[in-house]
Design a protein around this ligand. Sequence first.
Ligand SMILES: [Zn+2]
Length: 88
Amino acid sequence: MTPHPIAIEQHSQQRGRCRSCDAPIVWAVTVPNARRMPFNDPVILSPVMDPREGVVLVDMDRTTSHFATCPDAARWRRNKAPQGARVR
Ligand SMILES: [Zn+2]
């Protein structure tokens, strides 16, 4: 099965490092839900053009989501604790 490409805003790519595992990642804003999503560096864009202006497609055959590979991915979800969480 071929994974679907992910649509992102063309100029939203931003290099960074994972706060959990320090891997080099690229943040991009997904379309249409405008969520910031971390990909493993490098992001490979699909040669297929998206009809929407300013939107490009990430080739998910050759790019992986950092959510899928981060050794600390489970902790990411738990970190979404409410502000002012109590100190242990
Ligand atoms: Zn990570």
